[in-house]
Design a binder for this molecule. Structure first.
Ligand code: FES
Length: 152
């Protein structure tokens, strides 16, 4: 075998050997771009206010799945949405004591402030101080699978 023939033969072998790797790499990229059932089930939220002032904060599926919806930048307000006896309620999530953000405690079915321990019922009423005033309430409603809040 001549030297040139040998180099061509080795080059062809390397090319043939790397072909399955190249195909596998392309397949993994294709698989990564395929939407998963979860991402396909979560529609993109458009929180632009409508003419009636309501804007979408999330879906009913998300609300019932995680127990709450929260945004620190919803129309310039901090908002947390929870269920209150089956109804949907939107609250200002700024604690009325000194302004920390309250969190939803699903086990206690209450809103709890991590700073000084105030607790609020799902309708925003103070159940434990030092906060003395209830959380602010925003209008909220459900349309189809969308949770809408009006902060203005
Ligand atoms: Fe919430 Fe003090 S800021 S209890």
């Amino acid at each position: 075998m001549k030297r040139r023939d040998f180099i061509n033969w080795v080059g062809l072998g390397v090319l043939a050997g790397s072909l399955p790797v190249a195909i596998a790499a392309c397949q993994s990229e294709d698989t990564a771009s395929t939407p998963t059932p979860d991402s396909a089930a979560t529609p993109e939220v458009d929180s632009t206010p409508r003419d009636d002032g309501f804007a979408t904060i999330g879906t009913v599926t998300e609300l019932d799945g995680q127990g709450f919806l929260a945004s620190k930048t919803f129309q310039g307000e901090q908002v947390i949405v929870v269920r209150n006896a089956g109804d949907v309620i939107a609250l200002n999530s700024l604690c009325t004591h000194q302004g920390c953000s309250v969190d939803w405690d699903g086990d206690a079915e209450a809103l709890a402030c991590p700073c000084h321990g105030s607790k609020f019922s799902p309708d925003g009423t103070v159940t434990e101080g030092p906060a003395a005033s209830p959380l602010g309430v925003f209008e909220a409603k459900i349309e189809e699978d969308w949770v809408l809040v009006k902060v203005g």
